[in-house]
Design a binder for this molecule. Structure first.
Ligand code: IPD
Ligand code: CA
Ligand code: CA
Length: 257
């Protein structure tokens, strides 16, 4: 079955991740001195591309390290081989493999896998969201002042018009707390799991968010852009959260803008 094979290959990719995690890494930089990539990012990506293309030979890939230009196709795999590379480099165990499959422009599968904490998040369109064997749902908190949120800071921090600091500063006193753990894909999975009530971030790419978006919507949450529409690849800002909190977080961010 397709689903079982996808899970098998991502778990095998997780073994590559785990073996490398505690070792010293060969680290290179990309857009600046803190935008990192290791040999394991590339190894996992090439492994997944080879395996997943056997499952659907006509499929295309949109993947961070080797295939970052979108090609139209009925089947598109959207892959971040390691989301949270800085954490991976420093042995901080909050990093994951993120894989989504789009069929006819709709998300069909979303997987976020942190092999270090053995957290395998899986969502299938209209079939719900799971963490390992357990079904997950978003949190039910209604009071914004009692929420835990998460965000992140893009690598264009120094040059972008929006570096997210004023949003962080404005929202922080309004809630229980804001976390910034450094893996957008896992942050979104933690919204689906009901750990965070909401998440926002600027300048994310499809490979950072596609799997997490399906996890959240299948767990009963909401993901949108700043105009309250579905998040699209070209959108600069993503706002995600539970059914109760996402609309409040969206309003809060619109008011800061
Ligand atoms: C990064 C992480 C981080 C987010 C950055 C992303 P990478 O992805 O998701 O949490 O703040 O914007 O680029 O480079 O570790 O795959
Ligand atoms: Ca990423
Ligand atoms: Ca990455």
């Amino acid at each position: 079955m397709l689903e079982e094979k996808i899970i098998k290959y991502i778990k095998e990719a997780g073994d590559i991740f785990s073996i490398a995690f505690d070792k010293s890494k060969i680290v290179k930089t990309k857009s600046n001195s803190f935008d990192l990539v290791t040999e394991t990012d590339k190894k996992i990506e090439l492994f997944l591309k080879q395996k997943l293309s056997q499952l659907i030979p006509e499929s295309q890939f949109l993947s961070e390290e080797t295939d970052s230009a979108f090609k139209k196709s009925k089947y598109v795999w959207i892959i971040d081989p390691i989301d949270g590379t800085t954490n991976f480099v420093h042995k901080f165990p909050f990093a994951c493999i993120s894989v989504a499959l789009q069929v006819d422009n709709e998300l069909k599968y979303g997987i976020v896998y942190n092999p270090i904490l053995n957290e395998f998040f899986f969502a299938s369109k209209n079939q719900g969201a799971y963490l390992n064997e357990s079904k997950i749902t978003v949190n039910t908190e209604t009071d914004f002042s009692k929420t835990l949120l998460a965000t992140g800071f893009a690598y264009n921090f120094n040059s972008a018009k929006e570096n997210n600091i004023r949003f962080f500063e404005n929202i922080l006193p309004q809630v229980h707390g804001i976390r910034r753990p450094g893996s957008a894909a896992l942050d979104l999975a933690y919204v689906a799991k009901g750990v965070y009530d909401g998440f926002w971030e600027w300048f994310l790419n499809p490979w950072d968010v596609c799997a997490g978006i399906l996890l959240i919507t299948e767990a009963g949450g909401i993901v949108s852009n700043i105009e309250k529409n579905e998040w699209r690849f070209e959108d600069k800002l993503i706002i995600a959260g539970s059914k109760n909190i996402q609309p409040i977080l969206l309003k809060t961010i619109q008011n800061i803008l």
